[in-house]
Design a protein around this ligand. Structure first.
Ligand code: ADP
Ligand code: MG
Length: 327
């Protein structure tokens, strides 16, 4: 029934940042090169993601907020080799259950004069649809989030807290997709802006407002078999008390791993003052069969089959970089 559905949706969409994540991943799956995000009122009032991706055909628009509707589903055997971030067809349906969602879209390559389609859902029901001109790509607007889930509303923290989570999420994707332009406006204030240069070092400086020489020391290492490490470490910027400036990617996916973070920080040895953590981005590539990821999209943990080899390599790579840096 409707109540059960709302509760289930509330589990998938825990807080505003979950909505931003799903919409961002859809934009990336659609091959967007330019993604603009607007957030108001900590995401409860409005979350809007505008992309220049391949768009949604008018004939499919009405279905995208129906559970398990996905254009991405592949054979079950393909789950190990997913090319897209989404595949379950649950995100938009869940969001539409607990908010008002408007999607406007024009398919890439269609003529300017051809009207694009839009539709609005509220509480899971298609309310209105129509045609209106717009540029290529898709705009998804989510308003009144959790209007019908009081428990979620009361659980949601102050706008500042929610905004903080959203900024961190967008930074993560900007680093993971350095070739894509990202912007994030929080209540009209531009919080994140990247150029989509494709260069990780440039993206880092754009995200943290640093001069290039202020921070980045390049890490590169590989044993030609189990790992390739590529990244940058800050030699000056140290964050007090939090590891939020450590960004780790394994085979392109942002992961959280104490083990890997510890390995990174061991490389700093005495250079890292007590209680401080470095600014750092590291992309680790491992052969797919040496990686054990739970494919659930919400999972950010990772299990590396050659963990001992890789952690040691990380520590040594950081050490080597710091030893040759002038600091
Ligand atoms: P999933 O991503 O798991 O397929 P979603 O609920 O996130 O499920 O999206 C449902 C479908 O809507 C997608 O499979 C895709 O076809 C379409 N879609 C959603 N967002 C976009 C977008 N920004 N650009 C193009 N198509 C989109
Ligand atoms: Mg999706």
């Amino acid at each position: 029934d409707a109540v059960a559905e709302r509760i289930a949706a509330g589990e998938v969409i825990e807080r505003p940042v979950s909505v931003v994540k799903e919409l961002l991943e859809n934009a990336l799956d659609a091959g967007a090169q330019d993604i603009r995000i607007e957030v108001r009122g900590g995401g409860l009032r409005l979350i809007r993601v505008i992309d220049d991706g391949y768009g949604i055909p008018a004939s499919e628009l009405a279905a995208v907020c129906i559970r398990h509707t996905t254009s991405k589903i592949v054979a079950f055997e393909d789950l190990d080799h997913l090319a897209t971030l989404g595949f379950r067809g649950e995100a938009l349906a869940s969001i539409a259950t607990v908010a008002e969602v408007t999607i406007q879209s024009r398919v890439r390559g269609t003529s300017d004069e051809e009207p694009a389609s839009w539709a609005t859902w509220r509480g899971g029901k298609l309310e209105e649809r129509g045609l209106r001109a717009r540029p290529e790509g898709t705009t998804v607007t989510v308003t009144d989030l959790f209007y019908n889930v009081p428990a979620r509303l009361s659980y949601t923290r102050a706008a500042r807290t929610e905004n903080g989570h959203i900024v961190q999420l967008v930074r993560r994707y900007a680093l993971g997709y350095a070739g894509v332009r990202f912007s994030l406006a929080l209540d009209e204030h531009m919080a994140v802006q990247t150029s989509g240069s494709g260069d990780l070092a440039t993206t880092l400086t754009e995200l943290y407002h640093l001069a290039l020489d202020e921070m980045v020391q390049e890490i590169q290492a590989s044993d030609g078999q189990h790992y390739v490490l590529r990244g940058y470490i800050g030699n000056r910027v140290l964050a007090q008390g939090s590891r939020q400036y450590i960004n780790l990617f394994v085979n392109g996916r942002w992961v959280q791993s104490r083990t890997l973070q510890d390995a990174l920080e061991r490389g700093y040895r005495s250079l890292l003052p007590k209680g401080k953590h470095p600014l750092l981005v590291l992309a680790i590539e491992v052969p797919p069969h040496e990686l054990d990821v739970n494919v659930h999209p919400a999972k950010t943990e990772v299990h590396l089959l050659q963990e001992a080899i890789i952690t040691e390599a990380i520590t040594q790579a950081v050490k080597a970089v710091l030893e040759r840096s002038p600091a």
